[in-house]
Design a protein. Structure first.
Length: 412
């Protein structure tokens, strides 16, 4: 039965190819690509054409756009890419005569791993924001925004530059993509549900392969016990929808004070993952400068965390930004003895030094000891009472250890 079903899936894939075919390709890579985009930086919104299609490019003050060369080892030009940035810079596509289901943007190997971008119609985002432009990003267009004649804009949404070698536009199949739901960051196991319109079949994979040709038929919630990417496709009458995917990551910690995320957890999180007020723990292995762990620390505004002492491979490092409340006690320029100690610290998980790291940090524990944050008097909460350690209420001019909002604070 499975063999017959897989044969059916393969057949319906071939049938469905026409319904979700790639209709238009805007290719900027070829040496003679025909586009009239200049190699000198511009800002003003300007229309460019390859003789068949027209696009518009714009960059705000402080950003720019241009066509850059890609060279081989002998400095020969072998291709091109558009460089576009920074935040709010955009590339506007022409109107198409067909309903658009997805837009695929191919980047360049030297592009930013942190740049965020999305597809907009006017001021409305109509897909899911992506992070990184080194590879291919797929934007599934919201079902109510697929109509022929719609003007789509690829917009940079972070303070970075994107790089674009090719944009592919796919005609809508008429079938909405399935929706994958479940706890994306989990401990132990989690259940994943896939839902779709009435009257369609759902096929899925959990091994990263394309569900259009080699998949399992979905009939009930899936139990996930390890990190994986679930991909799903809907089928009706031999026609396939676009493929949708969601990554689920199993972690040891849960980001709480009693069970912090480990360095391995942080490094395994999906690209672009962000979360506020999360606890992270690891071994302090030094400070960071120029995207490398310093052998002799000179930077006091950050520390490098790793799973094991002595780790220096930057891909295995979780960068941690220090703030006024904890820098004096944690930094390894003034406290060299902290190297090798375990640090658990509260902050916001976000991109930092090109890795997933921690910013806006506050409370911490060094080798398991709860720390007392050090702040200046003017940083106290003016709306909350202040007490000394004897329980007596004091004013904001009091110096020493105080208690405010249930926390011990050292006021300088």
């Amino acid at each position: 039965m499975k063999t017959l079903r897989l044969f059916f899936v393969a057949v319906m894939t071939m049938i469905g190819m026409n319904a979700m075919a790639q209709e238009v390709t805007l290719d900027f890579y070829p040496v003679d690509n025909g586009w009239d985009i200049p190699s000198t930086a511009g800002n003003a919104e300007t229309e460019f054409t390859n003789g068949t299609y027209k696009i518009k490019l714009y960059a705000p003050s402080g950003g720019s756009y241009k066509l850059n060369n890609i060279q081989d080892s002998e400095k020969q030009v072998i291709g091109h890419y558009i460089i576009l940035g920074k935040k709010d810079a955009y590339l506007t596509l022409p109107a198409f005569s067909f309903d658009v289901e997805k837009i695929v943007v191919t980047g360049n190997s030297g592009a930013s791993a942190n740049v965020k971008q999305n597809i907009f119609v006017g001021s409305d985002a109509v897909s899911t924001e992506t992070a990184g432009a080194k590879e291919t990003n797929t934007y599934l267009i919201a079902s109510g925004k697929q109509a022929a004649g719609t003007i789509y804009t690829l917009k940079v949404t972070s303070t970075h530059n994107t790089q674009i070698t090719k944009i592919e536009i796919f005609k809508a199949s008429g079938i909405n993509v399935p929706e994958i739901s479940g706890t994306e960051i989990f401990q132990g196991s989690t259940q994943v549900t896939i839902t779709a319109d009435d009257g369609v079949n759902i096929f899925y994979t959990t091994d990263g392969t394309d569900p259009s040709s080699n998949s399992l038929e979905y009939t009930a919630p899936i139990t996930i016990e390890n990190s994986c990417t679930v991909k799903a496709v809907a089928e009706k009458g031999g026609v396939l929808s676009a493929v949708v995917s969601k990554t689920f990551v199993k972690t040891e910690g849960d980001g709480s004070e009693t069970n912090p995320f480990t360095c391995e957890d942080i490094l395994n999180l999906p690209k672009g993952y962000e979360a506020a007020d999360q606890w992270v723990k690891g071994i302090i292995v030094g400070s960071i400068k120029n995207n490398a762990v310093e052998e002799t620390p000179t930077v006091n505004s950050n520390v490098a965390l790793a799973a094991t002492a002595g780790e220096t491979t930057f891909a295995n490092i979780v960068p941690v930004q220090l703030t006024n409340s904890n820098k004096e006690a944690i930094n390894v320029v003034d406290n060299g003895e902290n190297i090798g100690k375990e640090l658990a610290i509260l902050g916001n998980i976000t991109a930092y030094f090109g890795n997933t790291g921690l910013k806006n940090t506050s409370t911490y524990k060094l080798d398991g000891a709860t720390a007392i944050n050090t702040i200046n008097a003017e940083e106290l909460d003016v709306n909350a009472p202040i007490y000394n350690t004897a329980g007596q209420q004091v004013n904001k001019n009091y110096k020493g250890v105080v208690i405010q909002n249930g926390k011990k604070i050292l006021v300088k």
